[in-house]
Ligand binder design. Structure first.
Ligand code: HAM
Length: 408
């Protein structure tokens, strides 16, 4: 026998039962985002490597360690997208979307790729649902996006907390990073090696470290939220007020660090205690400089993405398959009628399956139970319909009458 092949490390197949849960989740999320004006958006799963290097940031883990990068036949460097915001901003510039009425609201669902060590809730190919609003810095957009994600996670039955912070603007960050670097240098001996190595490139990551000495040191570190410009502080106050008004609970967390460099002002993350180490279900924030960084006009933006696999791991979302009608064939000469009946039911909006594996009559009735049939139509000398829950069975005049009898 030939050697068996397996899906690559960190990837998975979606079999129909799980696929149904995903489809139900996708439908409910997309319906909600559509109501709020977020239109469907798709972009390629691979892009020029440059997009992510510039967009996500050279010093991030994503760009330094986690990208699936390859050369095409013409020697261009391409990368499987590790996230969706950079691609959305690239498309905004490429299609001149700044000329459309603002804000432009996009939603997406699709595969993303990060070369991380696989573990529960962490894959190399995973699925994100995301929403982005480009072209306005109105704080109601930050609040609306957070409220939409909160509602989506609630509907999916996920128990989670919301961490919220503000990173201010690029200038504030530069000045703050200098202050933080000086602080970190003054206590270098207390810090983890990994943090020491990044004092120059990414001092903010010190807040993210698991190392005990680093953690203790960071409780005394200066905080960016205390250094915000008046405009940014006012913007953040308005976002918080809108969330308060909507009754949305959040925890202010000045140590919140997101693994992407493009954020300005609002940042947030929803975390679920039911997920273990990979507790982030969804997160995002404002990125007012990103479009310009990618060659477009100065443009504000805000958005989030949530991981579908983590949502389904943490949630109680139920499979939404409707109970089908099962068509049993008591006489082989009626098998053509069975397909005709199945088709009539499908066109009538009814889920229907017919016998297709040569089972005995007893086997067919067992199978009807197994697929969770609500009704079984039995095609023999006569046409009979059986209500599976009660066992009640009666003869009907023909196929049309069977359709009528089992259609809700
Ligand atoms: P992110 O926090 O890097 O943000 O990813 C969003 C979500 O994707 C995470 O909360 C997690 O649920 C899921 N996720 C990330 N990596 C993996 C993985 N290896 N395996 C399974 N799930 C994963 C972003 O990607 C930003 N683009 C969000 C954003 C949109 N910010 C502004 N707009």
């Amino acid at each position: 026998m030939a050697e068996k092949l397996q899906a690559p490390r960190g990837t998975f197949d979606v079999l129909p039962e799980e696929g149904r849960r995903r489809a139900v989740l996708r439908d409910s999320v997309e319906l909600l985002l559509d109501r709020a004006g977020y239109g469907p958006f798709e972009s390629p799963v691979f892009e020029d490597t440059e997009l992510f290097a510039r967009g996500v940031g050279e010093s991030t883990d994503i760009v330094q360690k986690e990208m699936f990068t390859f050369e095409d036949k013409a020697g261009r460097s391409l990368t499987l997208r590790p996230e969706g915001t950079a691609g959305a901003c690239r498309a905004y510039v490429e299609h001149g979307m700044h000329k459309l009425p603002q804000p432009v609201k996009l939603r997406y669902w699709g595969p993303f790729f990060r070369h991380e060590a696989p573990q529960a809730g962490r894959f190399r190919q995973f699925t994100q649902i995301g929403a982005e609003a480009l072209g306005s810095d109105d704080p109601s957009l930050d609040a609306e996006l957070i409220l939409l994600l909160a509602e989506i996670l609630k509907r999916a039955g996920i128990n989670c907390r919301l961490r919220l912070s503000s990173l201010g603007n690029a200038d504030t960050r530069v000045a703050y990073n200098e202050e933080l670097r000086a602080f970190l240098r003054s206590r270098e001996s207390m810090l983890a090696e990994e943090v020491r190595e990044r004092i120059d490139t990414n001092p903010l990551r010190a807040f993210d470290a698991d190392h005990a000495g680093t953690k203790a040191t960071m409780t005394e570190a200066p905080r960016l939220v205390d250094r915000l410009d008046p405009d940014d502080a006012e913007h953040f106050d308005e976002v918080k007020a809108l969330l308060d008004e909507a009754g949305c609970a959040y925890e202010l967390d000045p140590t919140l660090v997101r693994g992407l460099d493009y954020y300005t002002r609002t940042v947030f993350e929803f975390e679920s205690p039911d997920l273990g180490a990979q507790s982030g279900v969804g997160g995002g924030g404002r990125y007012d400089g990103l479009v310009e960084q990618l060659g477009g006009p100065p443009t504000s933006g805000v958005g989030w993405a949530a991981g579908i696999e983590r949502m389904l791991l943490a949630g109680t979302g139920e499979a939404g398959a409707a109970a089908p009608v099962f068509i049993a064939i008591a006489k082989p000469e009626r098998s053509r009628d069975a397909l005709a009946l199945a088709r009539a039911l499908w066109l009538n909006g009814v889920h229907a399956q017919m016998e297709q594996a040569g089972r005995s009559m007893k086997g067919q009735m067992k199978h009807a139970d197994r697929v969770g049939a609500e009704w079984t139509v039995i095609l023999g000398d006569a046409v009979e319909v059986k209500r599976m829950e009660t066992g009640e069975q009666r003869e009907v005049a023909g196929l049309d009458e069977a359709v009528e009898a089992v259609t809700p």
